[in-house]
Design a protein around this ligand. Structure first.
Ligand code: DGI
Ligand code: FE
Ligand code: FE
Length: 186
């Protein structure tokens, strides 16, 4: 992977709102901290974190077209909230546009919102950094931040639990991969 952190950030910046770009920079910094702590390749973490929300503001019709036509994308995404599409669709857009061939980076971008079964340490670091970056103020995020200093899996488990409880409380659907991720940590 020869893309640098700054090249990745420069690539996504024009596609994001200012506040989303600033979130992205904080996710990179948070993810690098976690990567050092949990012994993950910092270069890969930086790139995955910098690119993770690339498709956040892509037109829904464009993302829908990708899901319908690319065999690698699970069709059931269409049955769930479009908020979930930007990870899996963004990963494949970036693979095509930037020629990203690293499957570990593609995976971390793909599952950054929902998690999935058998997450790699890189997947976990990006998922958790997105949840705990200093700009986040979800109820319970401080407890997840504390756990993140001690045990990566415990922190991911609590983040997933909070998200599932939040979605259920709001009467929203929960994508199956979120349950698969949660079950894996139990
Ligand atoms: O893109 P970000 O705002 O940085 O964060 P994200 O990619 O985690 O997307 C966030 C939203 O997606 C979050 O507010 C919860 C929502 N969401 C909707 N359905 C689901 C879901 N999150 C998970 N994990 N699982 C779902 O089924
Ligand atoms: Fe996201
Ligand atoms: Fe994000």
């Amino acid at each position: 992977m020869n893309l640098t952190r700054n090249e990745a950030l420069t690539y996504v910046e024009p596609h994001l709102k200012r506040s989303r770009y600033e979130h992205t920079v904080r996710v990179v910094e948070q993810a690098v901290d976690l990567a050092k702590k949990y012994d993950v390749d910092v270069k890969l973490v930086e790139i995955a974190a910098a690119l993770h929300d690339y498709a956040k503001y892509k037109p829904l019709e464009e993302m829908e077209r990708w899901i319908k036509t690319d065999r690698r994308l699970p069709k059931d995404l269409l049955d769930y909230h479009h908020e979930l599409w930007h990870g899996p669709v963004g990963a494949l857009m970036l693979e095509k546009e930037l020629g990203i061939s690293d499957a570990a980076v593609i995976s971390a971008i793909t599952c950054h919102t929902t998690g999935k079964k058998h997450m790699s340490t890189l997947d976990k670091v990006v998922f958790l950094a997105d949840y705990i970056e200093p700009g986040r103020d979800f109820p319970g995020v401080d407890e997840v931040r504390e756990l993140a200093n001690k045990n990566l899996d415990d922190a991911c488990r609590l983040a997933l639990k909070n998200t599932i409880l939040f979605l259920v409380e709001k009467g929203r659907t929960v994508y199956p991969d979120t349950f698969h991720a949660y079950n894996d940590f139990i």
